[in-house]
Design a binder for this molecule. Structure first.
Ligand code: ZN
Length: 399
């Protein structure tokens, strides 16, 4: 067995993160807002900034890889581990990314083609080709259920014939506990040692747990289970009890810039990141007149300066509040609600001072400023680290 697959023998849950080119400039100049390094060669992944990495493995989806010709060629040439700049022993899972083609009648790949892609890329785990079922009322559900099972059958057949040293993972789809459990049972009988349940991203936590419970009952206790898109911090204990080996999700990472208020996570609560948008040709302050642009630039600079001074206890909270309010007046649209109260909570409690992650330790208050990829993604890396600490804690508990 590959060293990268040793985790399968242990009790989880292990934490995978979907790969979406979320990299940053390692030498970003926060004071002058200057990006010195761009592109894959010069940028760093979260696992290069945080060591040991704040996740146990990576999930690379084919539909994501296909968006960039350069990326596709890089994986082909270097292999998946070198392309992701992780060691050979770091688990990398590959799947097709059913979310990317769920509107199509059938998945756009063949099992042979996908098998070949995993083998040549040096993946540690390769997932069979599934087709998402967006709910019980979906007209095409039986057809999609059957396609997913047929693909799994074909995929394991090719895998058994070729005997690669990577693990075949069977993708399970369904629309209620019974349909998931039945498909899982069939795939276990086909010979899968590792099954992944898909289509759970939007399911309520209660339903997710019921589905997993039913699946667990229908298969051998040694068969590993992965849950796509369900790395939810509040249910890690339940997942451990249900003997779930691994889960993945980019949700913690993405809330950093997609969340309205829950951008910066801590073990106790979530905080709102402080918006200091850049005036220019993007964002809420785009295409301003020369007069307004000047005004916006000076307020932007004042706010950045004030936040840093406040961080060093050199000015009062009221002073920062005033400049933030002035800036909001300039960029908030008519119906948008002010976030000042949330900002004040963040500033009063200064969560970045208490955080022990390498990102907050090195970049401090810059991480909580909502502004550009280099800050926003770093805040996402911090969130991922916070979530990963929960995984580590859960796994440390006696069984
Ligand atoms: Zn942190």
């Amino acid at each position: 067995m590959r060293k990268s697959l040793k985790f399968m023998e242990k009790k989880g849950p292990f934490h995978f993160i979907p790969e979406w080119d979320d990299w940053v400039d390692p030498e970003y100049d926060f004071i002058n807002d200057i990006q010195k390094n761009k592109g894959w060669e010069q940028s760093v992944y979260a696992h290069e900034l945080i060591n040991p990495p704040a996740y146990d493995g990576l999930l690379v989806s084919k539909v994501v890889e296909e968006k960039s010709k350069i990326k596709r060629e890089r994986i082909r040439k270097l292999g998946i581990h070198k392309a992701m700049r992780v060691s050979k022993d770091f688990p990398v899972m590959g799947d097709c990314g059913a979310f990317g083609y769920f509107k199509e009648k059938t998945p756009p790949y063949s099992s042979e083609e996908i098998f070949d892609y995993y083998s040549k890329g040096g993946f540690d785990i390769g997932v069979s080709i599934d087709h998402l079922i967006p709910g019980e009322s979906f007209g095409d559900k039986d057809f999609r259920y059957k396609i997913t099972l047929d693909n799994a059958k074909e995929f394991i057949k090719i895998h058994k014939t070729n005997k690669p040293d990577w693990i075949a993972m069977g993708a399970v789809q369904g629309w209620n506990p019974e349909t998931y459990a039945e498909a899982a049972f069939k795939m276990w009988k086909m010979g899968y040692e590792y099954l992944a349940l898909g289509g759970l991203v939007r399911e309520r936590t209660k339903n997710v747990l019921e589905i997993v419970k039913e699946v667990r009952k229908s298969i051998d206790k040694n068969v590993c289970i992965h849950l796509f898109g369900v790395a939810r911090g509040q249910i890690l204990e339940n997942l451990r009890e249900l003997n779930v080996t691994s889960v993945d999700s980019a949700s913690s990472l993405r809330r950093a810039w997609l969340g309205s208020k829950d951008n910066y996570h801590t073990e106790e609560k979530d905080y709102c990141a402080i918006r200091v948008p850049k005036p220019g040709n993007r964002g809420p302050l785009k295409n301003l007149s020369e007069y307004k642009l000047k005004k916006a630039e000076s307020l932007q600079n004042l706010n950045l300066k004030n936040l840093r001074l406040y961080d060093k206890n050199k000015i009062s909270l009221e002073e920062v509040e005033k400049s933030l309010k002035d800036y909001e007046k300039l960029y908030l649209k008519e119906k948008q609600k002010s976030r000042i109260e949330n900002y004040l909570e963040t500033l009063r409690e200064k969560p970045w001072e208490k955080c022990k992650c390498p990102i907050c330790k090195s970049d401090g208050i810059e991480v909580i400023i909502f502004r550009g990829n280099n800050r926003n993604r770093r805040r996402g890396f911090h969130n991922t680290w916070v979530l990963h600490e929960k995984f580590l804690k859960t796994r440390k508990k006696p069984q």
